[in-house]
Write a protein that binds this ligand. Structure first.
Ligand SMILES: CC(C)(COP(=O)(O)OP(=O)(O)OC[C@H]1O[C@@H](n2cnc3c(N)ncnc32)[C@H](O)[C@@H]1OP(=O)(O)O)[C@@H](O)C(=O)NCCC(=O)NCCS
Length: 190
């Protein structure tokens, strides 16, 4: 385990985080089973810049929790928990989607756990449910999420097509309030 500091994302973090993200494409190119959904071709740096600016703006509007992990002054991972609904007035403003990535050299050292702990603590104050998707082959990540209270909701068949091969995704949810939800209105069929 390493000494990890988790803090909110700042615009200056994009360069290091971007490198970690691009390395996933290198991993995929050498045939590794990359556990994150990618684009067919690696996105242009300008598009990446826009992506980070957009997520930062969402975090500023409090529609997203955007945290980074620092080890020895370097950014080695990030975690986003973003509102699914388009705004606070959406019927899905209480639901968020989680994404996480750790630098390949730092995996298995507790960085992901530190990010998840902080992100879920912040998410609990803002959202009621957090969803994520994980490849069926990524059993280590699924175990990690289960340790943080996520449960499997189901499997999305052929959700990703990579290099002509299909991959299934496991959908997982962390529900913060486990009291049973009241029955919904009765649906009257014509
Ligand atoms: C999944 C991931 C975020 C976990 O972060 P981490 O810093 O490696 O996690 P920790 O060190 O806190 O915890 C280790 C646990 O994560 C699991 N894990 C998943 N993928 C791993 C990987 N590539 N390397 C090491 N551990 C991994 C381990 O199995 C371990 O659980 P175990 O002790 O029950 O075996 C990170 O490994 C990663 O970024 N992997 C590549 C991208 C990815 O798969 N993202 C998840 C998308 S859903």
């Amino acid at each position: 385990m390493v000494q990890v500091a988790v803090r909110p994302y700042r615009p200056g973090d994009a360069a290091e985080l971007g490198k970690t993200y691009y390395e996933l494409y290198d991993e995929r190119d050498v045939g590794e089973l990359v556990g994150i959904t990618l684009f067919t071709d690696r996105p242009a740096p300008e598009d990446e810049k826009v992506w980070y600016e957009t997520q930062y703006a969402r975090a500023q509007r409090e529609e997203m929790i955007f945290l980074v992990a620092e080890v020895d002054g370097h950014i080695v991972g990030s975690c986003t928990v973003g509102m699914v609904g388009p705004s606070e007035s959406s019927e899905q403003a209480h639901v968020a989607e989680l994404g996480i990535l750790v630098d390949r050299r730092m995996r298995g050292k507790g960085v992901g756990s530190a990010l998840l702990e902080a992100a879920l603590e912040a998410a609990r104050a803002k959202f009621e449910v957090v969803y994520l998707s994980v490849f069926t082959f990524n059993v280590g990540a699924q175990r990690l999420y289960e340790r943080f209270g996520f449960t499997v909701c189901g499997v999305l068949p052929r959700a990703v097509k990579r290099g002509g091969h299909y991959f299934d995704l496991v959908r997982m949810a962390r529900v913060f309030d486990r009291t049973p939800s009241p029955p919904g209105p009765t649906v009257k069929h014509p």
